[in-house]
Structures are given as structure tokens and as C-alpha cells.
Design a binder for this molecule. Structure first.
Ligand SMILES: Cc1cc2nc3c(=O)[nH]c(=O)nc-3n(C[C@H](O)[C@H](O)[C@H](O)COP(=O)(O)O)c2cc1C
Length: 366
């Protein structure tokens, strides 16, 4: 039996247990992207609730097109660094570690204080409709296909915000390569119709991902945890599959490892969903078979299956999303044998803000 409650060495850091808070956007920063006291209370609450590792919401990386949502936090100026520093200190004081998730929205662009023009690999919009709980936009905008200069600027943004993350005291960095945001768009044959060396073959579609991982690694140096979140599906197209199947996904994991990533964080609707154009493996099991890279896994992990998942992936950190929203003290509750609530999505309505969650909690406590 694999012990999930004991401390776990994860790269150069010691995580108090094997539970992570999954990254969750809350659109609750100041309008200028500065993290605030509300967010500090919010993140500290998960550390106090027993999560050994807190992963922040997707945080934007430049003053160009990386921001995707109004009131999304950034990590690009002194005020934003100072805001995060407070949060980092509060999480550390509660005994947990904290990674920042660095994100470029690409074509999944609903609001941005620096530009009105989204960018992406090609002039292709996401499927479906914008996410109502992140903003009021009714339709996606057509992104501009990124020039080489745009690509270099995006890489530079990841590198500079990685330097800022280290300065703010974060214990590590998770690059957002999942869920249909920019790096995932380059990997995706839905979004990426380029005919230069960033499009076409898997090696070409991987190029930006690899360049970002390399640039972030270079910015923070060795012995500082850096990894990348990966999925096939997106927020509006959860069943998209890489045409290259299991072998293709294995190649992605190997390529990010060789570019300097210490870990990959796989995410899918269910951690055990067999999910490739061929074969029977899950994303997590394909990643787990690659040597020389650590693993965070996510997807429907709850009080009923966590021990099985932990046994199946004895070295992985288990990232929990919805069950954590419903139970910020999920880990403590497991330890104490207390009841675990299901999520009521009303807590994220009409917008997924922390203020709305607190109002929901007051109402439901009454
Ligand atoms: C409100 C909300 C916001 C989210 N924001 C992010 C995000 O910023 N970055 C990210 O990688 N995933 C984000 N996700 C996805 C979660 O990290 C997680 O992958 C998803 O909830 C599935 O895990 P679960 O079954 O444990 O909930 C978000 C999910 C929710 C419910």
C-alpha cells in the first residue's frame, strides 16, 4: 500500500504529503492583475486544509496577448510579484509548498487589458463557446496567426515570469501546456495549421513547447522544480485526441524531459480513462512509463479512489480539483475520517470568483 499522507521528496523539495491542489482559475485578482488579500486567504486555506502542494491558477506571462481573463493574476511586474510573495509566505507558514502555473491563453482569449487581439498558431478559433463563468463574451474572436517575432516574445514572457516566480519565492513552476491554451494549441491539429517549422509533424508542433521549457529552465537554473501540464482535450473540446496516439504522447513527454522538465502533470476527465486513438492506456500511464521524469496526475480523484490511484502510481502526486473546491480541507478530512462533500457548481456562479464562493458558503452555512 502506497502511503499518501507521508512526506514525499519531489525533485529538490520535500512535499508534506502526496496531495496537490489542482490549478483553478478564480478571476479574483485586482483588475491590473495584482494578487490580493482575498487570494491569500483562499490559497492559505488549502494549505491549512492539508494539501501538501498548492498549484496556483493559470497566471499570465507578458503584457501582450497572454492574459485570457479579466481579473486573472499576472507575474510580470513588481506589484504582481509582491502580491504573490505574500501568498507564498502564507502558504509556507501553513506548512505547504506552492508552484505557480504560468499560462499563455492563446486563442482561448476572453479578456486582456493589454490588447484586444488574440493570437494563436493559426487563424483558428476554439470549438464551442467562451466559458461563461470566466466572463461575458458570447463568441470567440479569430486569433492572428503568430509571427516568428510573436513566438519569440511569448517565449521571452515565459522566461521572464519564471524569473519573477523564483523571486516571489515559489517552490517551482508548472507551465500550462494543457486544456487548449497556447502551448496545447501548437500541439493540436485542430488549432495548428502552420506550414513553417512550428506546424505539421509532431516534432514541429512540439517545437514551441520545447523552446518554452528550455527557456524557463535556463531562466531559473538547475535544482529548481520545473514541469508542464499536458492534456489532449481542451476546455471546450474534452475529447480531442492527438493523431499520433500513445507513441506521440510518449514522445511529447520525452521531449519536455530532454528540454529540462522535471515533471509532467497529466490531466484528463478521469485519471484512468483509456484515451488514445489506439491502445488502452491512460495519459497518466503513458507518462508514468517514461524514465527520468516525475509525475503529477489529475482527473476525478476523490475519497473513493485515491488509495487505488496512489497504489497504481506509487511515486506520483495526486492533484485534486472539484473535491478540493467542495472541501478545502479535503486532505485533513481524509485523515480524520470525516465526510467529504460533493461539489455544488452554484458556488462558481454566476462567475467563478472567490467572492461568489464565499457568498455561497455563507448562504449554505445558514
Ligand atoms: C473553476 C475551475 C478553474 C480551473 N482553472 C484551471 C487553470 O487555471 N489551469 C488548469 O490547468 N486547469 C484548471 N482547471 C482544471 C482543474 O485543474 C482540473 O484539471 C479539473 O477540475 C479536473 O480535476 P478534478 O476532477 O479533480 O476536478 C479548472 C477547473 C475548475 C473547476
Amino acid at each position: 500500500m502506497s502511503d499518501v499522507m507521508h512526506s514525499n521528496k519531489f525533485q529538490s523539495i520535500e512535499v508534506p504529503n502526496r496531495f496537490a491542489l489542482a490549478p483553478m482559475t478564480r478571476t479574483s485578482a485586482e483588475p491590473d492583475g495584482t494578487p490580493n488579500a482575498l487570494m491569500a486567504d483562499h490559497y492559505e486555506g488549502y494549505a491549512r486544509g492539508g494539501f501538501g502542494l498548492v498549484i496556483t491558477e493559470g497566471t499570465y506571462t507578458d503584457d501582450k496577448a497572454s492574459q485570457g481573463y479579466a481579473n486573472q493574476p499576472g507575474l510580470i511586474d513588481d506589484a504582481q510579484v509582491a502580491g504573490w510573495q505574500t501568498i507564498v509566505n502564507r502558504v509556507h507558514a501553513a506548512g505547504s509548498k506552492i508552484f505557480v502555473q504560468l499560462m499563455h491563453a492563446g486563442a482561448q482569449f476572453q479578456a486582456n487589458r493589454y490588447t484586444n487581439q488574440p493570437v494563436g498558431p493559426s487563424e483558428v478559433m476554439p470549438k464551442g463557446a467562451p466559458l461563461g463563468f470566466y466572463g461575458d463574451q458570447e463568441a470567440w474572436q479569430t486569433p492572428a496567426a503568430m509571427t516568428k517575432a510573436d513566438i519569440h516574445a511569448a517565449i521571452d514572457g515565459f522566461a521572464k515570469s519564471a524569473t519573477n516566480a523564483k523571486a516571489a519565492g515559489f517552490d517551482g513552476i508548472e507551465i500550462h501546456g494543457a486544456n487548449g491554451y497556447l502551448l496545447n494549441q501548437f500541439l493540436s491539429t485542430h488549432f495548428n495549421k502552420r506550414d513553417d517549422n512550428y506546424g505539421g509533424s509532431l516534432e514541429n508542433r512540439l517545437r514551441l513547447v520545447v523552446e518554452v521549457v528550455r527557456a524557463v529552465r535556463k531562466a531559473v537554473g538547475d535544482n529548481y522544480p520545473v514541469g508542464i501540464r499536458l492534456s489532449q482535450g481542451t476546455v471546450t473540446d474534452p475529447d480531442y485526441q492527438l493523431p499520433e496516439g500513445e507513441a506521440g504522447f510518449r514522445r511529447v513527454v520525452e521531449a519536455v524531459r530532454d528540454a529540462g522538465a522535471d515533471f509532467v502533470h497529466t490531466t484528463d476527465g478521469d485519471v484512468n480513462r483509456p484515451y488514445f486513438v489506439e491502445g488502452k492506456q491512460s495519459l497518466a500511464s503513458v507518462a508514468a512509463a517514461v524514465d527520468g521524469i516525475e509525475l503529477i496526475i489529475n482527473g476525478n480523484i476523490d475519497e473513493t479512489n485515491y488509495q487505488d490511484v496512489a497504489n497504481q502510481f506509487p511515486d506520483a502526486i495526486l492533484a485534486v480539483g472539484k473535491k478540493a473546491l467542495a472541501n478545502p480541507d479535503f486532505v485533513q478530512r481524509l485523515k480524520d475520517g470525516k465526510e467529504i462533500a460533493d461539489i455544488d457548481f452554484a458556488m462558481l456562479q454566476p462567475k467563478a470568483t472567490i467572492t461568489n464562493e464565499l457568498a455561497w458558503r455563507r448562504q449554505n452555512a445558514a
